[in-house]
Design a protein around this ligand. Sequence first.
Ligand code: DGY
Length: 322
Amino acid sequence: MSLPHLYVARTLTPSVMGELTDLGLPLIVGEEAPPARERLLADVAGASAAIVTLTERVDAEFLDAAGPALKVVANVAVGYDNIDLAAAAARGVVVCNTPGVLDEATADHTFAMLLAITRRVVEADRFARTGRPWIWGPNMLVGLDISAGATLGIVGFGRIGRAVARRAQAFGMRVTTSDPGLRIGASVNGVEVIEADTLLETSEVVSLHVPLLPSTRHLIDAAALSRMKPGSYLVNAARGGVVDETALIDALRSGHLAGAALDTFEGEPAINPELTTLENIVLQPHIASAGDRTRDNMCRLAVRNVTRVLAGEPAETPVPLP
Ligand code: DGY
């Protein structure tokens, strides 16, 4: 087994890459693209710490390949559905994520997607590039006036959901939320907490901000979609698995939903080819947190978590283990 090293599965942002060498630890650093599984398992062998991203599956096989020197796995993401927490807990490995530092960037992009789908920005861009003759007209590419008091229903009212709410309120939207941690009828920062079904039935736009858990997989299934208002929109910058894509495609094809904007996909990085044939959808390759400072801050927080745990201190942002 090699000497304990810090294993970094993917190339981090340039400034953080520059700082890695200052840590004084032996390093094995992967490339821009995710490592093949065999490479990943070989390179993590003997590591004392691993910095991974959501593209690396951290399970019993990974942890056993790393071996007993492994103290900490730091995910460069707030979501950690790629990590088997029970397997980490069983081996005494600390798991960390990057909460907080990406809230505003993710909310910005969520709102960009919301505007893009409701005001048909991407569809209009595609149209303008066709070279087809056109002239301004009262009925041309008309979309939803979100500022005329349209209701945004936010599913999951954590930090990112709240940051999206602030933007929506500034745009004149009425905002409601459903969140199992909040009392129905409460008002949080001017946002009314309502039942999930009521939210689906009363929102012009539904935006998802829940982690992917067994309880949230396919939370938005055919039944949930059928509850949504005819002509409403769905925005998902959470995890692809929260939405049943087959049911969503049906709802978009039938016209029950006016549109959807997705940043994440069930089979990511594969995108269901049927989604790409629809006009009334905006597709983004999982970039909601891709702000320049935000990505630096995510990488830097992952590095801080590693250095703290290796120094025998508590991690800054540990994930609670079962
Ligand atoms: C996360 O952090 O979980 C995002 O999906 C990637 O930034």
